[in-house]
Design a protein around this ligand. Structure first.
Ligand SMILES: Cc1cc2nc3c(=O)[nH]c(=O)nc-3n(C[C@H](O)[C@H](O)[C@H](O)COP(=O)(O)OP(=O)(O)OC[C@H]3O[C@@H](n4cnc5c(N)ncnc54)[C@H](O)[C@@H]3O)c2cc1C
Length: 470
């Protein structure tokens, strides 16, 4: 019987455990133990129910284009729970010059693909609009060093595009800054498009035509989620795992390679395993691997993380009627607020709020505002309420409010991230029986984490000669 330890019970660790559990149930002689430091499983996936509303503390959905999370949901019996975002209401605003301005139709991420809506939009200055026109003739780019997203976007569209779109969009997804994040790690498609076409606008149009030509049926919604919230995924996974294998409140201090296997120490307990999957943020992986391999630990520790805070406010039907239509708004740093973005949840996922309720979910923190974590919940609520008053004139008293703090939870893929990953992989290969999963490597979203957990388990099973055993 081979034994595998999985460290970390977020979605990455649970996905690894589920892959192993499937093998175990098909008769493969294998057992696993999942060690999670906190008293609950799921990591940042937490759903609360308040006043008839569904409140997501962490992720609220995942992008449909990446299939791994939805595929896993289908496998674990949640196929009929999958829902799409209400894209007929999709409209996102940017706070520009003190007003909410709708993002023009045809913007794909930050690349304009439709001329008229962009020309007529009050969002951009004429100078930026001229840059957008000129971008069409951008020559193909020679492969060169990695650069920041801000660097690339500025070369194509100028600094206003970085301030109004690139930076706020990346704050929303990564809690990061366009001036730090690596274009090759965060937007690899952009780097490839530039290499082939030069112009990102022309490349996007070509990609859209190709997808349009191949697509059957209506377009898929941009975001997918679960009717009962993201926590449903955690609950369904946990229900399918061996209950004796799940050890919560078990913080792992170290993993050390010993006697053809691994010794895992958690609290006063040590246990022997044939293999270990570390599915924690990389700063935690660095700490537990310190004694096993200093160089690996250093590279893992060098991957930076940012912290975030989500605040959900519930309101009555009068407020609901007064709020703008659409999914919500992004706040560029230059606007001078601490809020990074807000979602009108009742529009994005209507069944998450009864018709007489509005839900506004606000995001704060990120790489430039770590100190928000030092503020009390009352102080954070005060900041959010003041800023909602200034931005959308929302004065009403909320019916409920929830504040969630996530310390060092969002990996920042800075320039050079891909080279660091190569070094990490080479060092890992020298440690048989070790696999790494989580949001610090090649994708921060839930689908990528699901994939990374399953791949890590696959690697270990393959090393043990068990991958084709089912
Ligand atoms: C506020 C927020 C909003 C987000 N929104 C979205 C979104 O809308 N869509 C999307 O796709 N993604 C979103 N993300 C990103 C995505 O949710 C995460 O990247 C992903 O869920 C991370 O999963 P994970 O299992 O790798 O890590 P985590 O969820 O961080 O889990 C890691 C687990 O490891 C445990 N652990 C750490 N150290 C140890 C140790 N020494 N011993 C034992 N256990 C340990 C921790 O307690 C934790 O439970 C969001 C993230 C946040 C924070």
């Amino acid at each position: 019987m081979k034994r595998i330890a999985i460290i970390g019970g977020g979605i990455s660790g649970l996905s690894a455990a589920y892959t192993i559990e499937e093998k175990r149930q098909s008769g493969t002689p294998i057992e696993y133990v999942l060690l999670e430091s906190s008293p609950r499983l799921g990591g940042v996936l937490v759903t609360d129910r308040v006043d008839g509303c569904l409140v997501e503390a962490g992720p609220d959905s995942f992008i449909t284009e990446k299939p791994w999370a939805a595929d896993l949901c289908r496998k674990i019996g949640l196929g009929d729970q999958l829902i799409g975002s209400n894209d007929s209401e999709r409209k996102t605003y940017i706070l520009a010059r003190g007003k909410l301005v709708v993002m023009p139709d045809g913007l794909m991420f930050m690349v304009p693909t439709k001329i008229m809506p962009t020309v007529l939009s009050p969002l951009f200055s004429w100078r930026t609009k001229m840059r957008m026109a000129a971008e069409w003739f951008h020559p193909p780019h020679k492969a060169s060093e990695d650069e920041t997203v801000a660097g690339m976007v500025e070369r194509h569209y100028g600094s206003e595009m970085v301030d109004l779109l690139a930076d706020p969009l990346l704050s929303g997804v990564y809690g990061g800054e366009a001036s730090q994040l690596s274009v090759r790690a965060v937007l690899p498609r952009f780097a490839d498009m530039e290499l082939k076409y030069g112009s990102l606008g022309r490349a996007m149009l070509a990609a859209r035509k190709k997808i349009g030509g191949a697509a059957n049926g209506p377009p898929k919604p941009l975001f997918t989620s679960l009717k009962d919230g993201m926590q449903a995924m955690v609950d369904a996974l946990v229900a399918r795992l061996d209950p004796n294998a799940l050890k919560t409140s078990s913080p792992v201090q170290s993993v050390i390679q010993q006697d053809n296997g691994w010794t895992v120490s958690a609290g006063y307990q040590t246990d022997q395993f044939d293999a270990v999957i570390i599915a924690t943020p990389t700063h935690a992986a660095a700490a537990v691997l310190q004694a096993a391999d200093e160089n690996l630990s250093r590279d893992l520790g060098d991957i930076k993380y940012s912290s975030s805070v989500t605040v959900t406010l519930g309101y009555d039907e009068k407020v609901r009627a007064s709020l703008p239509p659409g999914f919500g708004f992004l706040v560029p740093r230059s606007a001078g607020h601490r809020m990074l973005a807000a979602t009108f949840v009742h529009n994005k996922f209507p069944h998450r709020a009864p018709e007489n309720r509005a839900i506004v979910r606000c995001f704060l923190g990120g790489a430039r505002d770590e100190q928000i974590l030092q503020s009390s919940e009352e102080e954070i609520l005060q900041i959010v309420r003041d800023e909602l008053r200034q931005i959308i004139g929302l004065n009403a008293e909320p019916l409920f409010a929830r504040v969630y703090k996530w310390k060092s939870a969002m990996a920042q893929y800075s320039v050079g991230h891909l080279e660091r990953l190569q070094r990490i992989e080479l060092l890992r290969q020298k440690l048989p029986g070790l696999a790494l999963a989580g949001n610090g490597y090649s994708g921060i979203g839930v689908p990528d984490c699901v994939r990374s957990g399953a791949e890590a388990a696959g690697k270990i099973l393959a090393e043990m000669g068990m991958w084709s055993a089912a």
